[in-house]
Design a protein around this ligand. Sequence first.
Ligand code: AMP
Length: 212
Amino acid sequence: MVNLLIFGPPGAGKGTQAKLIAKAFTLKHISTGDIFRQHIKENTDLGKEVQEIMNQGHLVPDNLTIKILKNAITDLKSYNGLLLDGFPRTLAQAKALSKITSINKVINLVLDDEEAIKRQTGRRTCPKCNKAYNINVPALKPKYDETCDYDGEKLQERPDGKFEIVKERLKVYHQQSQPVLDFYKEQDIVLNIDARPNIEEIFENIKNSLKT
Ligand code: AMP
């Protein structure tokens, strides 16, 4: 079993890299954020409970999140291990996780606050075909203004991309999640990866550093 964890501030591209890594190493990708978003979409009781918390950029309580994570660690037969994305985000979650399974490496995507804010506030989606864009990232910009390349629809901002919410998520990240990183640094398993290059280059750097 190889269990990896991907870490970094909101906007660092954790989800994108997680998908690539999970595919390359046949790991089960578990994103607590994705699980919560799915519950919101399906309007479940849990979805109703977490929607407001997420919209405000705050963290879902530890007991709920740990339960969700435990339930997601199933059917591992066809995988080489886990890739956790967005969990743990607090020291209590990290300690709970250490009782569930061990973590081999932590991939820490490093991005400064200014760039993290730029990326998150630049996110846009097409209301018709759901294609994702980013008006502040050259490779992800739409061809014309803020309209979809495929159907010409006016692109929409994401509710969690508002400046105040983005600032709040970053504040929460620094306050609650930094101790998580320190917890893994003490175990000497953190790989720091620059999150500024393009997607392919970051992925190459991750693969290379996992080899060492
Ligand atoms: P993400 O997609 O990982 O950025 O997560 C989106 C939102 O889901 C976060 O801003 C939190 O509100 C919630 N969330 C996801 N993972 C966790 C976690 N491990 N602990 C608490 N809240 C979480």
